[in-house]
Design a protein. Sequence first.
Length: 254
Amino acid sequence: MVDFWVLGIAAFGAGLVDAVVGGGGLIQLPTMFTVFPNMAPATLIGTNKLASIFGTSVAAVSYARRVAIAWSVATPAAMAALVFAFFGAYTVTHVSADFMRTALPVVLVLVAIYTFAKKDFGSVHAPIHSGAKEQSLALVVGAAIGFYDGFFGPGTGSFLVFLFVRVFGFDFLGASAVAKVVNVACNFAGLVWFGYAGHLIWQLGLTMAVCQIAGSLIGSRMAMKHGSGFVRKLFLVVVSVLIVKTGYDAWLRW
């Protein structure tokens, strides 16, 4: 019973953080591994996807009701992410992801430095592309992040937010809204993959999903209430934690 309370609290926190800037997996998945140390990792990851897709979907709907989502970017990016997440999941069954564990902290440090250095980064929503070029770039971003999510995964939501600000000129709030739509596609692809392989605990996943939904509702409302400045600050906090966590994991493997 205590374990379910711990997992529920973790799912709530993950839903809240994920709804704003992504990175909820930093909270939820390690907690699951701690509570169930002897369970197959694939089963825990699959169950995590089951809970996460509910929280992310609710966040996406919340944003759609109050923020003008750039569907011209969100739709092609989500479609590409859906397809390439499968390729990523397939690839990881044939190729080791160890090199990603080593490279990820370095990439995150560069992201953090860039965001810290540019004080006005993501403060104004000023899209810089349109038409075919915008949709082509959306396909590329969706494919790259979708593949990454299926192949490895940590920080997917935060990478999406950063790229939608950097590549498309969105503010952090607008970028977070579009990122939720793409995240739903990534989670769905992963959920289908793990479900097909039988790596799901439905009761646990759906119980955590309820807590994820509650956290997502609060997180999305906080983001919309406080605006891009708040999202940017939390983004930097999450990226900093990701740097420490992934750096430590990489160090342990050396």
